[in-house]
Design a protein around this ligand. Structure first.
Ligand code: BG6
Length: 519
């Protein structure tokens, strides 16, 4: 039988009843003059507005210290949209409607005056929903989160108990710099808001392909049966970036690749790849399983860190025709900096499903490609017939989930080379999002803003998840304590990281597979 579009329609399973309603609300953005606001938040809100996904009546108030009027802020946002809108030129008529819903409130984050003014602006909103439903987006430095929550509470804008309408806090990363600071931050926020009111962002969870990990795993029996220590040899998770730190040197010096990427994005992807099926597709069952998985990741003892973790730092080089300086020569970076711009880890998950299976994670700046992917490498066939003759030249099966770019899933297996004689070579079966669905894929922030506005916390990080992830990262940092960069840690920009990252896998007979980007 031929597949028709009608059949596709018939087999499409929609779970829309899981989606909650996006409600009319006022969104207040703290850090309104910042990069995140102009690059991500405003373009995402504009896109949602343009797509008719926001309620007709919504308002955005930008809160920051600089002196601006509604008009001057709107003009700035117009320029930002010209630069960062993902869907081509901004539509004048749409923008006018969007801009009418945007306001500016000048205020100092630590001083009461600004909050009094903000409260006045919210009280003057024309409908009860706009006055009572409030989403506070904290796009500031984390050191300000506590004070903002406190000031909002003092100004009666953020109620912890029952209130008319709802009050939510969306909190950007980084959430702390280690377990103790993250716990202290949680403590501070919890004084003014319940856990259910706190939405901690990890923008990777808003990516379509990352969300697909669970759908793919739990709706396809052929793969789920193989998703365990019996069939899987090892797993590789790569998140590589071509860019260096650019102008973010000041932030990056305090963070490094481990805190910037592993604590959040890579461990979240690991949790989704390896967790047990949740009992329901709801926020708490899903987050419960992620927490269980993260708690089963074996913490490293300081002496294991040297064997299981590699860090690196880029030296000058050329990436895609662009010269990148030494990391140590970047703006706001110390000349003798030991901050890692690359990290690779070998982790084990001590549970029934994964005992003994290595999970290799790596991420870095100024690498050869920008790509994020997960490769599940299956065990080889028994060492008879082809394997006995071809040895390691016979590739074992693998499944690659490309999260970005060229989003898709590829199954690698061996096929006979046509002709007389017996020759085998790896071939692939490929699914591409673009050719299958073609449609516009929403930006992570669009999805996350919609979810926060509808009160769905599934794609946000729960308190215990953050703390588990910090415990893993802290165990690595403890092993680095007092040790500078080794001589072999440096890698030229444009490469795939230091050679010792290859040795990390070679010791177990494994090798990194570099993402192959179609151009
Ligand atoms: C951010 C990090 O969280 O993620 C950045 O702070 C990094 O350093 C970025 O560049 C990567 O995100 P994406 O969506 O471009 O893969």
């Amino acid at each position: 039988m031929h597949r028709t579009e009608d059949m596709d329609e018939l087999m499409t399973c929609r779970l829309d009843h899981h989606r909650r309603q996006v409600e009319v609300a006022t969104v207040v953005i703290f850090g309104a003059s910042g990069d995140l606001t102009s690059r991500k938040l405003i373009p995402a809100l504009y896109q949602l507005y343009a797509g008719g996904q926001l309620p007709e009546d919504f308002r955005v108030i930008g809160f920051a210290r600089r002196d601006k009027t509604d008009e001057s802020w709107r003009a700035e946002l117009r320029e930002a949209l010209d630069r960062y809108s993902r869907t081509g030129p901004v539509d004048e008529v749409l923008f006018t409607g969007f801009a009418e819903r945007i306001h500016y409130c000048r205020g100092d984050l630590a001083e009461t005056d600004g909050y009094t003014k903000l409260a006045g602006m919210i009280a003057a909103m024309p409908t009860p929903e706009l006055r009572e439903n409030r989403l506070f987006y904290l796009a500031t430095s984390p050191s300000q989160f506590g004070i903002i929550a406190e000031q909002l509470h003092e100004a009666n804008l953020l109620e912890r108990g029952p209130a008319a309408g709802w009050h939510r806090l969306v909190v950007e990363k980084p959430f702390g710099r280690d377990l103790s600071s993250a716990s202290a931050l949680n403590q501070e926020l919890i004084r003014h808001a319940h856990e259910q009111q706190i939405f901690r962002i990890d923008h990777y969870l808003g990516k379509e392909t990352v969300q697909n990990i669970l759908m793919f795993r739990f709706s396809n029996s052929i793969f789920e049966r193989l998703w365990n220590r019996d069939a899987v040899d090892h797993v590789q998770i790569t998140v590589s970036e071509k860019l260096g730190v650019g102008r973010r040197g000041g932030y990056y010096e305090e963070s490094g690749a481990l805190r910037d990427m592993v604590q959040n994005h890579l461990l979240q992807v690991l949790a989704l790849i390896a967790m047990e099926p949740p009992v329901a597709l709801d926020a708490e069952p899903i987050r419960d399983e992620k927490v269980k998985l993260l708690s089963a990741v074996r913490r490293l003892l300081p002496e294991q860190v040297a064997k299981q973790v590699v860090r690196g730092q880029y030296r000058a080089g050329v990436v895609a025709g662009q010269a990148i300086p030494d990391y140590r020569a970047e703006e706001k970076v110390a000349t003798g900096s030991d901050t890692e711009t690359f990290v690779a880890l070998k982790l084990f998950i001590d549970n029934w499903r994964w005992a003994g299976v290595p999970f290799y994670l790596r991420t870095g700046k100024a690498l050869a490609e920008s790509a994020s992917e997960v490769r599940v490498q299956f065990k080889p066939t028994p060492n008879v017939l082809f394997a006995a003759q071809c040895g390691p030249r016979l590739d074992a099966n693998s499944l690659t989930l490309r999260l970005q770019p060229d989003e898709g899933i590829t199954l690698h297996f061996n096929g006979k080379i046509p002709g007389v004689g017996i020759g085998l070579r790896p071939v692939r079966m490929h699914f591409s999002y673009d050719s299958e669905f073609g449609a516009y894929t929403p930006e992570a922030y669009e999805r996350l803003l919609l979810d926060a506005l509808s009160g769905d916390p599934t794609l946000f990080i729960r308190r215990d998840e953050v703390e588990q992830a910090w415990e893993i990262v802290d165990s690595v940092r403890a092993g680095w304590e007092g040790q500078g960069m080794a001589d072999d840690a440096f890698y030229p920009a444009g490469s795939w990281g230091p050679e010792c990252a290859d040795q990390l896998l070679a010791r177990a007979g494994h090798a990194w597979r570099e993402p192959q980007i179609q151009r």
